[in-house]
Design a protein around this ligand. Structure first.
Ligand code: PEP
Ligand code: MG
Length: 511
């Protein structure tokens, strides 16, 4: 038995068979080959095997969209430019098949990125996916599209869209090789309540190996002995109390996937404080339509049975790229088109979401809020669009209600302007993940900057206090929905700052 230590993304314990997922082909050990003919043969076999695998995936796909994605991926492996590149890299440059795939991924991603064509930019994820499958095959790990048995996922890099692809059903634990506990993928993992760690040396984990994950203790045991397994199965049964119970403020939960909402979860809290609707837009070629969204929001409101449901309008862009809403390449995407800035590029998509929300508002206590606010003109403009949308629904004789509207306080500008901003909205919700990133100039995706993070959150607390004071003066509510709300040791600080509610990951309530 060996073990790896790491940083905790989400606590809990899990035992299962490892499944190694290669998001990128960057970890190639051998670059040159003495036998190009052998490598060429391996490459051809890999291409054929992956094509066959993709044909199978397309046949089993449950929706036309998924089928289309698998077919596009298979077609990439029939494309002359892709095949020529791979073969030349092996035959003329003497590279191993794996290195050739790695270079193809780099080359075509850059090529697609450099085109002014949104369609081609959206193909970057496709080439990465296809190359990931080839790499998995070439590294002698038979690629199963996704395991059908309970498994522990090991991956060097993971994006939110990958998590959607694996789903929570069989994924019992996750070991990541890189990233930060504040990345969107990590937040999503917490919301799914899956025990997870970020560890170095995850290359020691091989597909098929038994892994016991003690995420509470920050350790992953590889091929654990019977005694260790027995010790942890005893622990699992000991219930720990919910640290947010009995606090003098409301406790909401954050969700990303409608299936996370259950009567049991809603019993433990005062409602939903953040529904990250961008997850509805991932992994599909067209954005969700009005009726599809209306049905989702209505169902959640009905389940909430009068409790508040706070829906954030879609916050795509940066690391939350949605294939169906492609964006041009940016040097600094976290400072570029994300959050409400994307609405100016896709006004009709935004309007569709607003129509669905206004229609659903009739069925419960819906509140909506906007991401990445930096000025009052932005919230005023959205209010104008809301009124226009309401007018259109009324003209069409469709029942609707205008919900309460909130601004996310996740930029220093929003906090500093909160006195004026409070006059344009009905509530504030502090997004500490981005507020920390933009206040301390600290990339939330990077795990390497941890030592530069001020764990006393002095500057961020000052901004939150300003926003809370302005909320109080203007008689509006303020809460925190970023990850810092889920840390029980910080609760006292937020209550002292004048916060009315905390919105935490469902996993935080299970503790
Ligand atoms: C935040 O920034 O704290 C937040 C809640 O939004 P997200 O993590 O989705 O960017
Ligand atoms: Mg945010």
């Amino acid at each position: 038995m060996t073990y790896l230590h790491g940083k905790v993304i989400c606590g809990g314990t899990a035992l299962g068979t490892a499944y190694v997922f290669h998001r990128n082909a960057g970890q190639v050990k051998e670059c040159k080959t003495a036998c190009p003919a052998d490598e060429q043969h391996r490459l051809e076999n890999a291409v054929e095997a992956v094509k066959e695998e993709l044909t199978g995936c397309a046949q089993q796909a449950k929706s036309d969209t998924a089928k289309e994605i698998f077919e596009i991926h298979r077609m990439m492996l029939e494309d002359d430019d892709v095949l020529d590149f791979l073969h030349n890299a092996v035959e003329n440059d003497g590279l191993t098949a794996q290195k050739a795939v790695f270079q193809a991924e780099q080359y075509f991603s850059q090529l697609f990125r450099d085109t002014p064509d949104d369609y081609m930019i959206a193909r970057i994820d496709d080439i990465r996916d296809v190359c990931g499958r080839l790499t998995a095959y070439l590294s002698d790990e038979k690629y199963a599209d996704k395991p059908h048995e309970p498994f522990i996922l090991a991956a060097n890099e993971l994006l939110p869209a990958d998590l959607m692809r694996f789903g929570a059903e069989n994924m019992k634990g996750i070991v990541l090789g890189s990233g930060s506990v504040y990345s969107h993928a990590s937040i999503m993992i917490k919301e799914m309540g899956i025990p997870a760690l970020i560890c170095e040396n995850i290359n020691e984990i091989k597909t098929g190996m038994s892994v016991l994950l003690d995420a509470d203790g920050g350790t992953a045991y590889l091929e654990p002995d019977e005694e260790t397994v027995r010790r942890f199965s005893c622990f699992k049964q000991s219930a720990v109390s919910n640290p947010f119970e009995g606090l003098p403020c409301k406790i909401y939960v954050n969700i990303a996937n409608p299936s996370e909402v259950s009567g049991e979860l809603l019993k433990k809290c005062d409602g939903i404080g953040l529904f990250r609707t961008e997850y509805l837009y991932f992994g599909r070629t067209d954005p969700p339509g009005e009726d599809e969204q209306f049905a989702i929001y209505k169902e959640i409101l009905e389940k909430a049975d009068g409790k508040n449901v706070t829906v954030r309008t879609f916050d795509t862009g940066s690391d939350k790229a949605a294939e169906c809403l492609p964006l041009e390449k940016e040097e600094n995407p976290a400072l570029g088109f994300r959050g409400l800035r994307v609405y100016s590029l896709y006004p009709e998509v935004f309007k569709t979401q607003l129509r669905a929300l206004l229609r659903a508002a009739v069925y419960g206590n819906l509140r909506i809020m906007y991401p990445m606010v930096t000025s009052c003109s932005e919230t005023e403009e959205i209010r104008r669009i809301i009124l226009q949308t309401a007018h259109e629904l009324s003209e069409q004789g469709i029942p609707y209600k205008i919900p309460l509207q909130g601004a996310m306080i996740e930029t220093p500008a929003a906090a500093l302007l909160s006195g004026k901003l409070a006059q344009t909205v009905d509530f504030f919700s502090v997004g500490t993940n981005d507020l920390v990133q933009y206040t301390l100039a600290l990339d939330r995706q990077s795990g390497r900057l941890d030592s530069f993070n001020d764990k006393s959150y002095e500057a961020v607390t000052a901004l939150i206090k300003t926003a809370a004071e302005n909320a109080r003066k203007n008689g509006i509510e303020i809460g925190i929905c970023g990850e810092l709300a889920s840390q029980p040791e910080l609760t006292g600080k937020w209550l002292e700052a004048g916060i009315d509610y905390l919105s935490v990951s469902p996993a935080a309530l299970k503790k």
